[in-house]
Design a protein around this ligand. Structure first.
Ligand SMILES: C[S@@+](CC[C@H](N)C(=O)[O-])C[C@H]1O[C@@H](n2cnc3c(N)ncnc32)[C@H](O)[C@@H]1O
Length: 234
């Protein structure tokens, strides 16, 4: 295509692009999402519902919790970090299985509802106050859609990889990989981009279909990224 034709096509498409940008809901900033979760913590009584799970206790345990616990392979000597831990649904489980359990969340109100014995810290996922190589296991489940952008998600995953010890496992669960339309208000990342990011770590990783509880959604496709630090990549 010649430069003139290309410039003409761009000019013609300008109103379409302007309309798209007006219709597409802007992604929320970290501060806006944090207020959203503070309000959720104050206004929603049910523990699972406050964390975004509209399922009963048995269904939650069987279809959501069990698959992630299996991926994490927790042992009593492990130090484990749950990022975006909300009111601590996962922390209660980790406490029964690992030596050191830490939860981090940007929302003080969500964290304030947690009544267990884990260490907790109010901090954003991209800037967690721990030295490199602090944890044997790190989970970040069902939070990436509440990030301000895809670039932010990539920044967070790199940061978490840095906090992982040799032989550690990072589980980034229920990541949106395909929106129903480009007007989705949630940031998402293509499988290809997620693979490129994980390949950069130079170790074994897998992309999995998430637990069934997420597969019912006809809205977005999701996947789980599991990175095994220290295990050589293919
Ligand atoms: C849907 S809840 C999930 C809670 C928990 N991961 C679970 O599955 O039970 C999302 C949580 O992620 C937290 N969150 C969202 N963005 C965050 C960020 N950038 N840094 C830290 N926490 C964040 C929210 O405050 C909220 O508590």
């Amino acid at each position: 295509m010649s430069a003139r034709v290309y410039a003409g096509a761009r000019r013609l498409l300008r109103p379409v692009k302007a309309l798209y940008e007006r219709l597409a809901k802007p992604k929320r900033s970290l501060a806006e999402w944090t207020s959203y979760w503070d309000e959720q913590a104050a206004g929603v009584e049910d523990e699972r519902e406050a964390n975004g799970y509209a399922v009963g206790p048995d269904e939650y345990r069987e279809r959501f919790l069990a698959p992630y616990l299996e991926l994490l392979e927790l042992e009593p000597q492990h130090a484990v970090l749950d990022v975006g831990c909300g009111t601590g649904l996962l922390l209660y489980e980790f406490e029964q299985r690992a030596g050191r359990v830490v939860g981090a969340d940007a929302s003080p109100a969500m964290l304030a509802r947690y009544e267990g014995g884990a260490e907790v810290v109010v901090a954003p996922a991209h800037d967690l106050p721990f030295p490199a190589g602090s944890f044997d296991r790190i989970s970040m489940i069902n939070i990436a859609q509440y990030f301000p952008s895809t670039t932010y998600l990539e920044q967070v995953i790199r940061h978490l990889f840095g906090l992982l010890r040799e032989d550690g496992i990072l589980v980034v669960g229920a990541v949106l990989v395909k929106p129903p339309s480009r007007l989705s208000p949630y940031p998402w990342i293509s499988r290809e981009r997620l693979v490129r990011l994980a390949e950069g770590f130079g170790c074994y990783f897998s992309l999995l279909a998430p637990p069934a509880v997420y597969r019912d959604s006809r809205v977005h496709e999701r996947c789980d990224l599991v990175v095994y630090r220290g295990a050589p990549g293919a």
